[in-house]
Design a binder for this molecule. Sequence first.
Ligand SMILES: [Zn+2]
Length: 307
Amino acid sequence: MDPVLAVSIFALGLAFGSFLNVCIYRLPRDLSVVRPRSACPGCGQLIRSYDNIPVLSWLILRGRCRNCKISISPRYLIVEILTGAIFVACYAHFGASLATLKYCALGFLLLGLIFTDAETQLLPDKMTLPGLVLGLLFSFVVPVNDLASQLLPGLVPLPVSSNVSWHLWSVTDSSLGAIVGASFIYGAGAIYLRARGVEGMGFGDVKLMAMVGAFLGAKLTIFTLFTASIAGSLFGLSTVLAVWIKRTRRRLRRHHESLGEARRRGWASAAIALRRHQMPFGVFLGSMAMLAFFYGNSFLHWYWGLL
Ligand SMILES: [Zn+2]
């Protein structure tokens, strides 16, 4: 790894992260990301260019507007640093190659979608749909399954004659990934709607997984779906348990009920809270997709080694 190149890539990541913050705020609100220039949400003062330097400006101003001193969310700082970190991680992992460019693009999109989903429960089409197209286009220049074929030689014998180029397989895998990802979420959403009568997963998640599938191909898409379901379930379960314990304690303190009674009623109210609570599943899908393109193949390789 060339240190000068690594530092430049990190700086580039910070700049992209700064733009990503604009996207995270504006896209769910249907605002243009190009115009007008950024202004303080508190006083409307346009942000001067010297107050718009990634990371540094936030630190120098201690997270406040220079004009009205309203506090600026630490999310701005976090997104910038994370984007820089992801860009460098891609370079460290994939070297100076087109693959690095591809996974920087995917990391950028995923990070934006994770934060918009967490903040607004929306996954804007203006990120997922261009992302889907970009994923398909990248499959022409970066083989979707190149890592797989390196790590798992001969595991999946493709019925390929030597005069069929890898491009065809790559594009097929990319399209298949998009179809698998989208249809799985669509199906799971339909089952969830039947079972609980509320919408658990929206079309945003369907398009998110179509995009992820186009970038990662079918195998890592299944890995993403599987690990995100586990992570989401663990998160949901621990949330319910935490709410249950908290409400049981409160009932014991305030209402002086017997332990059994407090537990029963605490559980009933935790169940209602769960039903009302909408889990941002896109956050889990996005995070696991990120994990998948760095470690998915090594994990599957290790796992198949165990079988
Ligand atoms: Zn202000």
